[in-house]
Design a protein around this ligand. Structure first.
Ligand code: BG6
Ligand code: MG
Length: 218
């Protein structure tokens, strides 16, 4: 990406970037899949990264016999009830100390911070891990119509921060999230699974490398 702005805001994906909820999503979906007799494994779980709850269910049901819309709604509600129960055990201990240190440092450097997550549980998760107050804005599954790879969640986050997409970087672990960032005109940073994605403008392997963005002249 080639624009002449410095970074004024950073939009972080939540699940898989700030905190690792993958295992909880996996356990909740596994319970549902086992009950209805469809195959579900960690490879399929990886495909759910960044994907909305209902779209995740559609992926899980790819090889199942047809399911009505009402049943789908009941299954996604059941999954969420199990997932939320698991989230109750989440605490600040589940956040890497580096994450807290880096967010504090970014604030000191006057970088605006936002969450850009497909999850409708983002507010609850932030409360559990005691990070709510670190973010100037939260854009999540509750304020969007279209899920990643659509850029809506990040465009809303930038709007909440009162910044242009070209002034913001997006930090993502999902390929769909990097695609969403690129589609919205953001500088994209791949971490975790997305650090292997060639479309990411920057690939990082440790959260502390986010600090490079605070001085980056793109
Ligand atoms: C994303 C996760 O952050 O949120 C996905 O990466 C998940 O795996 C999606 O499906 C929706 O989450 P929720 O909490 O609204 O069911
Ligand atoms: Mg993620």
């Amino acid at each position: 990406m080639n624009v002449n702005h410095t970074i004024k805001g950073i939009i972080f994906d939540l699940d898989g970037v700030i905190v690792y909820t993958d295992e909880m999503h996996y356990r909740a979906w596994k319970h549902i899949a086992d009950r209805i007799g469809v195959e579900f494994n960690r490879d399929i779980n990886n495909r759910l990264r960044g994907v909305s709850r209902m779209e995740s269910l559609e992926i899980i049901l790819e090889n199942a016999k047809p399911v009505s819309d009402a049943e789908k709604l009941a299954l996604s509600d059941e999954k969420n009830a199990i997932y939320k129960k698991l989230l109750e055990s989440l605490s600040e201990k589940d956040v890497d100390s580096d994450v807290r240190r880096v967010l504090r440092e970014l604030k000191k450097r006057n970088i605006k911070l936002a969450i850009g997550s497909s999850s409708k549980n983002a507010g609850f998760i932030l409360k559990q891990i005691k990070l709510t107050d670190f973010f100037d804005a939260v854009s999540d599954g509750n304020n969007i119509e279209k899920s990643k790879p659509d850029p809506e969640v990040f465009l809303k986050a930038a709007e909440f921060l009162k910044l242009m997409p070209s002034e913001c970087a997006v930090v993502e672990d999902a390929y769909a999230g990097i695609d969403a960032a690129k589609a919205g005109g953001f500088y994209s940073v791949g971490i975790g699974a997305a650090s292997a994605y060639d479309k990411a403008d920057m690939k990082i392997h440790r959260f502390s490398e986010v600090l490079k963005l605070a001085t980056l002249k793109k």
